[in-house]
Ligand binder design. Structure first.
Ligand code: ADP
Ligand code: MG
Length: 277
């Protein structure tokens, strides 16, 4: 049995919306009793409808926001602030426009007090791994979206995290770039520098291609509906996954779940649309 690296235990989160003179204060329940764990070296995808609390959940895991109840256990302790050994890749890249590519990758190392010479060496190594050698002194606006996200990935990897968190990392790039980045990500986290990875997506094919396990989150308040193991052979970038019967089976299952969540709870039935199941 693989070792558990991180545990999300009964995490609940509500946001309070302050009232005005005309409106009463409201509580928005976003996550409800979310529980799952991450096994060493595995890649887990969380999939769920827009607004179901995926970003909130990742930020709680990274210690950026506090849960209302429940806890995240990492390295044997509850997470209370961003742990040094967690890396985060943001949907909108989150790069610093006034810094060069290298200086962006060095950012987390600076915060951790790594000296300049060592920082430079580490940044060069990870820029090479993500295929950005030659772009070290470029600025963010000189790069395509796909290249910017590779800088984001190099920056997260540079701190040598035990857990890599990624929030819809490929949602802002075009379809072809997305497929290439997915393959590169797998080659990195399942090969070059093995990592325990948790990635949020709303894309079914992305979830199946990347995952060892898929966590299905319901419409808000997000709850874990099911955890689906993806028992497809490793080195998935080397063959056509979609031709395999297991692929069709999992795709159908995940899509049916999403469809019923979105159609039935999203008010689509008013227009005569019903889920096919
Ligand atoms: N800081 C906040 N204050 C109040 N409501 C928030 C805050 N952040 C997110 N929300 C609300 O919580 C819900 C879940 O948001 P989010 O976690 O971003 O969902 P997802 O990433 O799944 O699309 C949304 O309805 C959003 O408007
Ligand atoms: Mg989000």
């Amino acid at each position: 049995m693989a070792t558990t690296v991180l545990t999300v235990n009964e995490v609940t989160k509500s946001y309070e919306k302050k009232g005005s003179q005309r409106e009463e204060a409201q509580v928005l329940e976003v996550l409800s009793g979310v529980t799952f764990d991450l096994k060493e070296g595995s890649l887990t995808c969380i999939i769920g409808p827009s607004g179901c609390g995926k970003t909130t959940l990742l930020r709680i895991i990274d210690g950026l926001i506090e849960p209302t109840s429940g806890e995240v256990i990492f390295d044997g302790k509850p997470v209370r602030s961003p742990p040094a050994k967690m890396g985060f890749v943001f949907q909108q890249f989150g790069l610093l426009p006034w810094r060069s590519v290298t200086k962006n990758v060095e950012f987390g190392l600076e915060l951790r007090g790594v000296d300049a010479q060592k920082r430079r060496e580490i940044a060069e190594k990870y820029l090479q791994i993500v295929g950005l050698q030659g772009f070290e002194s470029h600025y963010v606006h000189e790069l395509s979206g796909g290249m910017q996200q590779r800088v984001g990935l190099a920056r997260a990897l540079a701190i040598d995290p035990d857990v890599l968190l990624m929030d819809e990392p490929f949602a802002s790039v075009d379809e072809q770039t997305r497929e290439i980045l997915q393959r590169q990500l797998l080659q990195i986290v399942k090969g070059v520098t093995p990592k325990t990875t948790l990635l949020v997506t709303h894309n079914v094919d992305e979830a199946i291609f990347l995952s060892d396990e898929i966590v299905l989150l319901t419409t808000r308040p997000g709850k874990v509906k099911e955890i689906i193991p993806v028992n497809l052979p490793p080195e998935r970038w080397t063959y056509d996954l979609r031709a395999r019967p297991e692929y069709g089976y999992i795709r159908n299952k995940v899509w049916r779940f999403l469809e019923s969540e979105i159609v039935e709870k999203g008010g689509f039935e008013a227009y005569g649309l019903r889920s096919a199941s």
